[in-house]
Design a protein around this ligand. Structure first.
Ligand code: ATR
Length: 276
């Protein structure tokens, strides 16, 4: 039987995952489909039951279900357990639902694809203290990148998240701005600057040292104001397209065993978004 996959979320119409996975299926000669399914928060349980009954082979999970789906998952891998969030489900042969999370590793791969990451990268500043910040930080730690300092609008949350990391520490936005020149990698994980709806910057990156790598997980717009200021201050910048593509590529590999072409996909999505 033809295999099929899905992405569930609310909203879902804007998701670029269906196009991306359908392209990869086609390019790799795999007979399968991938569809977006709009699932509201109070419909999650029935959605999971239905996907299983209808023979779905696996699905991606996006906002707002990444944590809420956990009670309906049979087995979690270590990353999903540690993050308390699932973005990829694989339905095993015996019907077991296996939950994984490829977001953090997706970020690290996109970083590694773009820039040489030696030990010279030094201190890392993560802006934000939500799900994205923790996933990325676990993956950075796993890759041996750090120590990590967290900064967040609500300082208590930065402090809280930092306690989960052996080398973690926390700063207020103001203190992070003052210390910004010491960081070799800065990762912006908040929603500030997304979709042009929330304009502005979480903190001012103008004091960075030239050559600092500055990443923003937002991909629409391709260059947030935070990235623009960082670039103008001598930073090497990275937008969120790579993370999006790589988290998808890791899901694709878990489902099919095939590693898809990420560079071509990043190029194509960037062109599409740049034309907006
Ligand atoms: P995600 O899973 O995408 O990380 P989240 O868990 O809701 O989403 O976390 C959102 C992050 O964006 C938080 O760090 C939040 O800061 P607070 O903890 O202070 O709420 C941050 N954030 C959202 N809007 C912000 C804004 N206007 N200015 C600064 N930080 C903002």
């Amino acid at each position: 039987m033809k295999k099929w996959y899905a992405v569930i979320g609310d909203p879902i119409a804007q998701s670029m995952s269906p196009d991306m996975h359908e392209t990869w299926f086609r390019d790799n000669g795999i007979s399968a489909s991938y569809i977006p399914i709009h699932v509201k928060a109070d419909e999650l349980e029935i959605a999971v039951t239905s996907l299983k009954r209808l023979g779905c082979n696996g699905w991606n999970v996006t906002v707002p279900h990444k944590t809420a789906i956990i009670p309906y998952i049979d087995k979690l891998d270590e990353t999903a357990r540690r993050m308390n969030a699932v973005n990829t489900v694989k339905v095993l042969e015996d019907g077991t639902l296996y939950g994984m999370n490829t977001d953090g590793q997706g970020f690290v791969r996109s970083l590694q694809e773009e820039y040489e990451l030696g030990e010279t990268i030094g201190d890392v500043l993560v802006i934000g203290a939500g799900g994205a910040a923790s996933g990325i930080s676990f993956a950075l730690e796993e890759a041996g990148i750090g120590p990590i300092t967290f900064t967040n609008r609500t300082f208590e949350k930065a402090l809280q998240i930092s306690l989960g990391f052996s080398s973690g520490s926390a700063l207020s936005f103001k203190d992070a701005e003052l210390a910004i020149s010491k960081f070799g990698l800065i990762v912006q994980t908040t929603s500030v600057g997304m979709n042009f709806a929330q304009s502005g910057i979480p903190l001012n990156p103008s004091g960075i040292t030239e050559g600092t790598i500055v990443a923003d997980i937002i991909y629409n717009p391709l260059e947030t104001e935070f990235l623009r200021l960082s670039r103008e201050s001598g930073g090497k910048i990275l937008n969120g397209v790579g993370m999006f593509v790589h988290q998808g590529a890791l899901s694709f590999k878990l489902w099919t065993g095939v590693t898809p072409d990420t560079r071509k996909m990043i190029q194509s999505i960037s062109t599409k978004l740049g034309g907006n």
